[in-house]
Design a protein around this ligand. Structure first.
Ligand SMILES: Cc1ncc(COP(=O)(O)O)c(C=O)c1O
Length: 379
């Protein structure tokens, strides 16, 4: 598809790729695990075996790459495997700086498993550039890992500022941009070297697959190493899921903007709710990361927010028990709204307060979403 179309347009048409053989508008799912070798022993089609090669996966990668402005994109069987492949690519002995507040699955892996694999990990307050500067060790830190807005406290990190700090010391920057989505933030354009997504969430948007993605600023040795890890460990996404992911990506822009509008309306109303002691949403002017978010998140503040419920953990769990429209479930980024008592899933060591409910705001009628939340919180 020619240059100059907006990212929303490119995604809506999945870059305009069709099936050249049949002229079908929607490309078929390529399921073959193996490919014919030419008589002269070459693989001219570019595919040899399904563990490294799949055209349906490449279709999803091309759309994500266009949305993120990536030089190369790799899609994985989960967000976790995408992130872990990147960490593993750094090699034993590498030092990593990660945020104190971040998705608990990645944090838990960095604490419990990464050290046994030779990675040295330090945690820092990523909302504070001075704190990041203190944590990064010149010449030693290989990767500064960021997540913004961070799940589930929705702290905001200044990607551009953090990238300047990291690059001055020779470290790379990787950003988990799952909750910002490429609709609102493009980390590579802000100086990051790698952008990561749990594509399970907004990129797919329909709560019906698990997938991950890494977009690289350069198609370089780092990307080649991660590609090799994906190949040797068999971390590639299955073609069925890759097809669904591309289908979801077509409506990413519409879904994410609708969710963010609903989230903003709910955040404002919840700020005046008697049962709520705090609303955590970067779109609210009093949020500590609001000014950075205004600069960094173009066009919206995302569809995720959290509330702290007066009365503590028990009151929060009781409120979640009373919803009828919202769904009590983990995960986020789908078209349907989810509510979750986050401390119950994160366990010990989590910075998540016990009175916190995380809201993944979907695309339903915001009047209905409010009515159900309001009654659940006790009117
Ligand atoms: C911000 C964030 N990053 C990474 C992940 C992990 O992704 P997956 O569940 O697709 O492995 C999640 C999942 O909840 C997430 O919310």
């Amino acid at each position: 598809m020619s240059d100059g179309w907006s990212r929303r347009t490119l995604a809506a048409q999945a870059l305009g790729r069709i099936d050249e053989e049949t002229r079908a508008l929607i490309r078929p799912i390529q399921l073959s695990s193996t490919f014919i070798r030419d008589p002269d022993n070459l693989y001219r089609g570019g595919n040899s075996y399904g563990r490294p090669d799949n055209d349906t996966v490449r279709d999803a990668e091309a759309v994500i790459g266009a949305l993120e402005g990536a030089a190369a994109t790799l899609v994985f069987g989960s967000g976790m495997s995408a992130a872990i492949a990147l960490f593993l690519s750094l090699g034993a002995g590498a030092h990593v700086v990660a945020p104190r507040a971040m998705y608990y699955g990645v944090r838990t892996w960095l604490i419990d498993e990464a050290p046994a694999l030779g990675l040295k990990v330090d945690f820092a307050d990523a909302e504070d550039l001075a704190g990041l500067e203190r944590a990064v060790k010149p010449g030693e830190t290989k990767l500064l890992w960021l997540e913004t807005p961070s799940n589930p406290l929705w702290g905001v990190t200044d990607i551009e500022g953090a990238a300047q700090i990291a690059h001055a010391t020779g470290a790379l920057v990787g950003v988990d941009s799952t909750c910002a989505t490429p609709v609102f933030t493009r980390p590579l354009a802000l100086g990051a070297d790698v952008v990561m997504h749990s594509a399970t969430k907004y990129l797919n948007g329909h709560s019906d697959l698990i997938a991950g993605a890494l977009g690289f600023a350069r198609d370089d040795a780092l990307c080649a190493r991660v590609r090799q890890i994906r190949k040797s460990m068999g971390l590639i996404l299955h073609p069925f899921e890759a097809f669904l992911l591309t289908r979801g990506l077509r409506t990413l822009d519409l879904r994410v903007r609708a969710s963010a509008m609903n989230a903003m309306a709910l955040a404002q109303r919840l700020s005046n709710h008697g049962a709520v002691s705090a609303v955590l949403y970067p779109g609210l002017p009093h949020h500590p990361g609001h000014e950075v978010a205004r600069r960094q998140m173009r066009g919206g503040f995302g569809g995720m927010l959290s509330i702290r419920v007066r009365g503590g953990a028990e009151a929060a769990i009781a409120a979640a028990a009373r919803v009828t429209l919202w769904k009590r479930a983990t995960s986020l980024g789908g078209v349907e709204s989810l509510i979750e008592h986050r401390a119950s899933i994160e366990g010990d060591g989590s910075p998540c307060p016990p009175d916190l409910l995380r809201l993944s705001v979907g695309v339903e009628d915001v009047v209905d979403l409010w009515r159900d939340l309001d009654q659940a919180l006790g009117g």
